[in-house]
Design a binder for this molecule. Structure first.
Ligand code: S3P
Length: 178
């Protein structure tokens, strides 16, 4: 594992992909396997505001959330040796895409809409962006977001794969960069 770290020169690893594809679960395991610190950006935002994401959206508005998301990601991108899981909407901001791609290894977790739909019950209540949307509208949002995720260094297709297999694939692909 240390060889990988040396070759990446301590660059952060950033997992991107639509909300609920498993960035946090996979990120935690990758961090553990690489002996790095894991940071969930939404969790950091919640700590700063002292409330869950859905309450931030309700009380302070999405703009306040997006600004905090941007400043946190900028500050994290100035650090090294982290595995980061930012919210799936963060990559919509061009400045976040640019700072992520220029400082870190960006890995896209690519899940099909069919695969994603199976997880809907698990994530619906905690994702304000999905609130009030029909499945068709969610599919449109899902499809519209795919283009921004095409900005990445590495991609792993995660359909029907368990978290350990996904984490190992990521680590294998990182070692191929050596
Ligand atoms: C969002 C994704 C969420 C969270 C917020 C907004 C989005 O994070 O940041 O609810 O706009 O895609 P996850 O990608 O971890 O679900």
């Amino acid at each position: 594992m240390n060889n990988i770290d040396v070759s990446l020169k301590g660059k952060n690893i950033i997992l991107i992909g639509f909300m609920g594809v498993g960035k946090t679960t996979v990120g935690k395991l990758v961090a553990k396997k690489l002996q790095r610190e894991f940071i969930d950006v939404d969790e950091e935002i919640e700590k700063e505001f002292g409330m869950p994401v859905s309450e931030i959206f309700n009380k302070l508005g999405e703009k306040a959330f997006r600004e905090k998301e941007k400043s946190l990601i900028f500050s994290l991108c100035n650090q090294k040796n982290k595995v980061l899981s930012p919210g799936g909407g963060s990559f919509l901001q061009e400045e976040i895409r640019n700072v992520s791609l220029s400082t870190s290894i960006v890995i896209f977790l690519d899940l099909s809409f069919e695969g994603w739909k199976d997880r809907l019950d698990l994530i619906l209540d905690s994702r304000p962006v999905l609130k009030g949307k029909s499945v068709k509208e969610m599919e449109e949002l899902f499809n519209n977001r795919q283009e921004i995720y095409s900005n990445h260094h590495l991609k792993v297709v995660t359909d029907n794969m368990n978290v350990d297999v996904i984490a190992n694939q990521i680590i294998n692909k990182l070692s191929d960069l050596m």
